[in-house]
Design a binder for this molecule. Structure first.
Ligand SMILES: [Zn+2]
Length: 389
């Protein structure tokens, strides 16, 4: 494959993006301003969408005319931590070794943003008939917190109506039209401490937490048994599991508090609210039973962030027809991770995922992206420009 003329530009931009070590949850102003300056120098009008405390900014802009039917290219500017991982190079300094470019975010997902920015002059010069939009968010890695904000900002800011959103999460440049939804919940059990010998007249927060965890597992088994599944995913059914459980002071004290954090990953045809509702009913049942012995006993469940909706874009949809001709492999894929795609769909834009890099490279030590993947992404953007020109 001949080298794409913008490959070295995209690598240079990737190097600069990676040098901003912005983790999910942290202020992203440095990387937002870097992108803002880049857009400004290219002569593109852009908007920051600033959060309430002023320390985080999403960015969106339009390249091309104010016509209906444009395409949003969406990416997130934050990355996951590197602490405790065995990195062989500085994760925040792009390091090239042969065909691989190492650095935190190379795949997830600054490679995509670098390609978008590298192709900007070409988009600008192309005399597009329908526009391309950039949508770059923050705090994706801690629950897709700003996806809905930037999607709504685009919907409300422009007089015209963009049609499609392509989320450039790593799919190895395959076209993915479905993903599971995701929610994380913290459940806290409050009881009363006591001497362990008095457990018959008390209620152990830890033991009650165990019952709730087993309920989650039982619910998952019931879903599997009932045949609620979607074979496009692996595993093909919704899952729930407790990833954190903390509580207790000593073996001879009845524990008065226990926290569990659990997640729910849902296939598009399951209803997460129904599952949560059933869980909360079980919690109420346990409260009633335990309050007979410990009147102050209670169980509280708090969502860690708004539920990230599943994505299920029809293979017959316009966006799938539109993007199929732009990828090498027209076979549709699904992804196991949650992303902002479902949120863009909820805001009224048909959405798919397609981005450079392999999901197996995400969130691990020595994350890298292959130059070929950047190249394929640049080719994809070329075809997008052609389609909209
Ligand atoms: Zn990502």
């Amino acid at each position: 494959m001949p080298e794409h003329p913008l490959l070295s530009d995209s690598i240079h931009l990737l190097e600069q993006l990676i040098a901003h070590p912005i983790l999910g949850g942290q202020s992203n102003l440095s990387i937002a301003h870097f992108i803002g300056n880049f857009l400004e120098q290219a002569g593109i009008d852009f908007q920051y969408v600033t959060n309430e405390t002023g320390d985080k900014k999403a960015i969106h802009c339009r390249i091309g005319p104010a016509e209906d039917g444009g395409v949003i290219l969406s990416g997130h500017t934050d990355v996951v931590p590197t602490e405790g991982q065995d990195w062989h190079t500085d994760p925040f300094q792009l390091t090239a070794k042969g065909n691989r470019l190492y650095g935190r975010g190379a795949t997830d997902m600054k490679g995509f943003i670098a390609c978008c920015l590298a192709a900007l002059p070409k988009m600008k010069a192309a005399k597009l008939k329908k526009p391309i939009y950039f949508a770059f968010s923050y705090d994706e890695e801690i629950g897709c917190l700003s996806g809905p904000i930037v999607a709504r900002a685009i919907r409300d800011h422009y007089p015209e109506k963009p049609a499609f959103a392509i989320i450039g999460e790593p799919t190895s440049m395959r076209l993915a039209n479905a993903e599971k939804g995701m929610g994380v919940f913290e459940t806290t059990i409050y009881s009363r401490a006591g001497h362990s010998s008095q457990i018959r007249s008390g209620a152990s927060a830890i033991q009650e937490a165990a019952k709730l965890i087993l309920w989650l597992e039982g619910k998952m088994e019931a879903i599997v048994k009932a045949g609620q599944k979607d074979d496009r995913f692996s595993p093909p059914h919704s899952t729930m599991q407790a990833g954190i459980c903390r509580g207790g002071l000593a073996p001879n004290i009845i524990s008065d508090q226990c926290h569990i954090q659990w997640d729910l990953r849902i296939i598009p045809s399951d209803d997460w609210q129904l599952i949560l509702e059933e869980f909360l009913q079980f919690c109420q049942e346990r409260e009633r039973i335990c309050q007979a012995k410990v009147p102050e006993f209670r169980i509280e469940t708090i969502p860690q962030y708004p539920f990230v909706p599943a994505l299920d874009t029809s293979p017959a949809s316009e966006i799938v027809q539109f993007t199929k001709s732009m990828v090498i492999d027209p076979e549709l894929a699904t992804v196991a991770f949650a992303s902002e795609a479902g949120q863009f769909a909820e805001a009224g834009f048909e959405a798919v995922l397609c981005g450079p890099g392999h999901v197996s490279e995400c969130h691990i030590a020595n994350e890298f992206i292959e130059k070929e993947q950047l190249q394929e992404c640049l080719n994809f953007i070329d075809r997008l420009i052609e389609q909209l020109g």
